[in-house]
Design a protein around this ligand. Structure first.
Ligand SMILES: [Zn+2]
Length: 131
């Protein structure tokens, strides 16, 4: 066994501390995007003003209707969707695994992009194909 005092269960997907941290940064990212949209977009502001702040915190991309998508713009919408997917993966216990090949996504990559759903190989393959 390694001489490190840190216990790490063999076979565990990603450690829970790390996932907890990522869940927190994902939620922060999400509220950051929403705050930004409120600050910069009158239409969006109007939409969310009618909402309970509690609902806003749990806003899921599925709940966002067409009107809201138009207000948000597709780029931010895409990010919100990715963040939601990542949060769902955490709930399913699959966070940190590539959605395509099921390989572990390196923690460095997750730290850089908490909503990364694919490993670098699959992601670059997809980007090549979409070019
Ligand atoms: Zn992959």
């Amino acid at each position: 066994m390694a001489t490190t005092g840190k216990k790490k269960k063999k076979g565990a997907l990603v450690d829970q501390d790390f996932i907890g941290k990522m869940e927190k940064s994902l939620s922060e990212l999400k509220s950051g995007i929403i705050d930004n949209l409120i600050a910069s977009n009158e239409d969006f502001k109007e939409i969310v003003e009618g909402m309970d702040p509690k609902d806003l915190a749990d806003i899921a991309s599925d709940d966002i209707d067409r009107k809201m998508i138009e207000a948000i713009g597709s780029q931010e919408m895409k990010r919100l969707k990715l963040i939601d997917s990542a949060l769902t993966r955490i709930k399913q216990g699959k966070y940190g695994l590539c959605i395509k090949c099921s390989k572990h996504i390196p923690q460095d990559r997750l730290v850089a992009i908490p909503y990364a759903l694919m490993c670098i190989e699959c992601k670059s393959e997809e980007e090549r194909r979409n070019r």
